[in-house]
Ligand binder design. Structure first.
Ligand SMILES: [Zn+2]
Length: 74
């Protein structure tokens, strides 16, 4: 058995506050993404920075983007 890495590896994590903000964002956009799966409807972007990971979520249906980074974690 070799070392098989999963094709897509997520090294970024979201804390409780960020997860909740992302959920709220998704809920606000659910009305026009109801026919899509969460993976199709929303795009999460993780940007490593000197002080921590900056997390943003974008609605692929209307294009709105929101920074859900919990600044208190820095
Ligand atoms: Zn939207």
């Amino acid at each position: 058995m070799g070392k098989n890495k999963p094709a897509k590896e997520t090294t970024f994590t979201m804390n409780e506050v960020e997860t909740q903000r992302a959920k709220d964002f998704c809920n606000r956009h659910r009305h026009h993404t109801v026919h899509m799966t969460a993976g199709e409807a929303f795009e999460f972007t993780f940007m490593p920075s000197m002080i921590g990971d900056v997390v943003s979520v974008r609605c692929l249906s209307c294009g709105e983007r929101e920074d859900v980074t919990d600044l208190d974690k820095f």
